[in-house]
Design a protein around this ligand. Structure first.
Ligand SMILES: Cc1cc2nc3c(=O)[nH]c(=O)nc-3n(C[C@H](O)[C@H](O)[C@H](O)COP(=O)(O)OP(=O)(O)OC[C@H]3O[C@@H](n4cnc5c(N)ncnc54)[C@H](O)[C@@H]3O)c2cc1C
Length: 373
């Protein structure tokens, strides 16, 4: 029994809606091509009202995003990822874009007719994003972008990219770049999970200055604010997957017999499941606490976001691993739901800052707060 007593009725309803929609979208997700954007799936998320639900007049609600991601992840990881990537790719446009850029793209992203992506990582700048080399040179009223991005979710199929580029030795600028901009090319990559992802090449791509997001040279702050919003929701995605794994393990342990009794009667099994349930609920509360703090606008939530992402993703990995152990060989058959979750659960411990980077952030904030006292 999961306790959502701390949520409002409207929040519990949103979670239930996401779970119901996820169940309906399983066949649409299954019809997609691994590694590529599944446009019918994105359109279906919009038709069910979930994409539009992600955007409010003030931007993106962190708590709603977390509830949508947890609910979708529990029953359909592909639908979860399709929704999350629309948000990740467009959140900086919503919050930092000029009104005409917002008007040109956000209604289409919310309607599922335009695909969005967030392009930060480069071949030689992953965890150390400040080492990026993709260059944006000023040319009159335009910028000209040259360089490469890699491991960009939704690339190269996206219609609009939030792109971070170097505009000075210590300066990064964020841009909204249409996918059909001349000189922008790319190719898809195939990962362990069916996640849509690829590489982008910018060969002297012209971007008008009014497509800068936020202030020129202040792009690192645009990236960090976007990650403060999205990191708790990566934790929510993970909690949804972990819950799915626990549900499967509990059902299996109740019916599978060994040595003449159900597995659940072995304490070596049941106590592992108790541990998973406890850690998942702790992760859920950490996620909801970080999201609520972000939505309150009370101040920087970087440390809370890092804790939620770190604990959520590490807990989900543990949950899936325990669930597979409890199932034995059956869970390793390729089309078993746990084999799918095992593939899906790995990447969130790496993207949007690996677990080690989250610990760096938490520690940095600890010492900064101590120094201020
Ligand atoms: C499925 C998936 C989707 C992604 N989607 C996007 C996207 O949409 N947009 C985007 O811009 N990027 C995306 N990425 C890229 C992702 O953000 C990077 O992979 C991530 O930031 C890590 O960079 P890296 O892979 O280059 O690892 P590296 O930076 O090479 O680091 C490798 C490992 O070294 C360790 N490490 C690094 N630095 C430290 C440190 N300071 N202390 C301790 N240990 C450290 C960590 O264990 C880390 O995992 C995605 C990646 C994946 C797998």
């Amino acid at each position: 029994m999961i306790t959502y007593a701390h949520l409002t009725e409207a929040q519990r309803e949103l979670l239930r809606t996401a779970e119901n929609v996820a169940n309906q979208l399983i066949p649409v997700a299954a019809a997609g091509t691994p590694g590529r954007v599944n446009r019918p799936l994105v359109a279906a998320l919009a038709e069910h009202g979930l994409l539009g639900r992600m955007f409010t007049a003030d931007g993106v609600s962190a708590m709603d995003l977390c509830l949508l991601r947890e609910g979708l992840a529990r029953y359909c990881t592909e639908a979860e990822t399709a929704l999350a990537l629309q948000g990740l790719g467009s959140a900086a446009i919503v919050r930092f874009g000029r009104p005409d850029v917002v008007a040109a793209w956000i209604p289409k992203v919310a309607a599922g007719t335009a695909i969005a992506a967030f392009a930060l990582t480069e071949p030689d700048a992953g965890s150390d994003v400040a080492a990026m080399t993709l260059a944006a040179e000023r040319d009159g009223d335009d910028y000209r972008l040259t360089g490469e991005k890699i491991y960009i979710s939704n690339a190269p199929d996206a219609d609009i990219y939030t792109v971070f580029a170097r505009t000075g030795p210590r300066a990064i600028t964020a841009f909204a770049v249409p996918g059909d901009a001349p000189g922008l090319t790319g190719e898809s990559l195939t990962l362990l999970a069916p996640h849509p992802i690829g590489r982008l090449r910018f060969d002297d791509v012209t971007v008008p200055a009014n497509q800068v997001l936020g202030e020129p040279d202040r792009g690192m702050s645009v990236a960090m604010r976007t990650l403060d919003l999205f990191r708790p929701s990566v934790g929510a995605f993970a909690v949804g997957m972990g819950q799915a794994a626990l549900d499967l393990a509990v059902a299996h342990a109740a019916q599978r017999e060994a040595f003449g009794r159900p597995l659940k009667q072995f304490q070596g099994v049941s106590h592992q499941l108790a541990e998973v349930a406890m850690r998942l609920q702790a992760a859920r509360l950490l996620v909801h606490s970080a999201a609520t703090a972000y939505d309150s606008g009370a101040g920087p939530t970087t440390q809370a976001a890092a804790m939620a992402k770190l604990f959520g993703t590490e807990t989900a990995q543990f949950a899936v691993d325990v669930a597979i152990q409890v199932h034995g060989a059956a869970a390793l058959v390729d089309d078993h739901p746990l084999a799918h979750l095992y593939r899906e659960v790995r990447a969130p411990r790496i993207y949007e800052g690996a677990s080690e980077i989250q610990r760096e952030i938490i520690a940095r904030e600890l010492f900064r707060a101590a120094a201020e006292h």
